[in-house]
Design a protein around this ligand. Structure first.
Ligand SMILES: *Cc1c(COP(=O)(O)O)cnc(C)c1O
Ligand code: SF4
Length: 337
């Protein structure tokens, strides 16, 4: 990072200390998109290690969203009745400084064959499961051949309808989304949805947009998730640019995550009130298609909860005070109450 001019040379001792705590990796595409030497660059801030990561707080957790609490077999998290997360790899092309799974990503690569078979057996004998979410790590670090093999095995499970892929690859390594990868993602029976993890419009380089177009043109519906990050995107203008750029590229913003309590990430974290104010400022100002849902993944494995902001208060049975997008309150009588 120092050689690439992304971190000042006099930081090397601190960077080594951070490196001994947390993995570091940044792709050529993201190095090219970052502006060297600019500490405030929103791409550098996501990937270049920072001394503030050594500041860990008592409220920060090794398993911030309680993945391990709901893991019936290795590699699988079954929190909600109808869907599971399958961690087919722990590797990523980049290591984000705010990663909520930073304690486990990068560990020992691909899920071993025995564990994968056990996970698929669990899914096959649990008919309530309709959707499998591939995440990791980043599932698209695997070769198209391996991905196609996993898809083929999932296709054989009759109660599955949907495979969802959570990935950062189309922005951080767009060249990996080639014809072979697009072909590997298509199955005869299952609907395949792709959720792109992206946090700033600068990530949507011409190459990234071309990769997204290849996926959209292949008929793969695209959603996005972003993390609300101080120093990267925590203001309404920056997020308006990001969400508009996504819609322009046929990606529907799905979730804006409140920053999880991973170790060494307090410099990124806003308050919930700040996040609500940003969402309120976006409502009405940009197209409703651009707006994601602002959510918190509750520590302890209790799942995701919408954080609002709220627009209505019940003042008496059936009587509501409802604020419009400009903040003006209006009385509404609910005839159905
Ligand atoms: C986030 C998550 C999901 C997906 O939740 P959606 O609200 O459907 O996007 C599923 N399982 C686990 C364990 C999760 O953490
Ligand atoms: S790509 Fe996702 S899983 Fe990988 S380091 Fe970044 S946030 Fe974590």
């Amino acid at each position: 990072m120092i050689e690439a001019g992304l971190a000042p040379g006099d930081d090397s001792a601190v960077l080594e200390e951070v490196a001994s705590e947390f993995r570091i990796r940044m792709t050529p595409a993201m190095q090219a998109a970052a502006r060297p030497g600019t500490a405030a660059d929103p791409i550098a801030a996501q990937f270049v290690p920072d001394a503030r990561e050594l500041d860990t707080r008592p409220e920060e957790l090794l398993d911030p969203i309680g993945d391990d609490i709901h893991s019936p077999v290795p590699g699988l998290t079954h929190r909600y009745p109808d869907r599971v997360i399958l961690h087919i790899t722990k590797t990523c092309e980049v290591y984000c400084r705010f990663c909520f799974r930073r304690e486990v990503v990068g560990e020992d690569g691909t899920l071993p064959e025995d564990d994968l078979t056990a996970a698929l057996d669990y899914i096959a004998r649990t008919p309530a499961i309709h959707e499998v979410i591939l995440t990791g790590g980043d599932p698209l670090v695997l070769s198209p051949r391996r991905i196609a093999a996993v898809m083929a095995r999932l296709t054989k499970i009759p109660h599955l309808d949907v495979v969802r892929i959570h990935t950062r690859i189309p922005v951080v390594a767009p060249d990996r989304i080639d014809a072979a990868m697009v072909a590997a993602l298509r199955t005869e029976r299952l609907a395949v949805w792709l959720v792109l993890h992206t946090n700033h419009a600068n990530e949507l380089t011409p190459d990234a947009c071309a990769a997204l177009a290849r996926l959209a043109d292949a008929g793969i519906p695209l959603l996005s998730q972003s993390v609300l990050l101080r120093g990267v995107n925590a203001d309404a203008d920056t997020l308006a640019d990001l969400f508009r750029a996504l819609i322009r590229n046929r990606v529907k913003p799905y979730y804006l995550h409140h920053c999880d309590l991973a170790r060494g990430t307090s410099h990124f974290r806003t308050s919930i009130a700040e996040g609500q104010a940003i969402m309120a400022a976006l409502r009405g100002r940009i197209s409703g298609t651009c707006l994601p849902q602002y959510v918190l993944d509750l520590p302890g494995g209790h799942g995701k909860v919408p954080l609002g902001p709220g627009y209505l208060d019940e003042t008496a049975p059936g009587r509501w005070l409802i604020r419009d997008w400009q903040g003006t309150p209006h009385e509404y009588r609910d005839p159905g109450a």
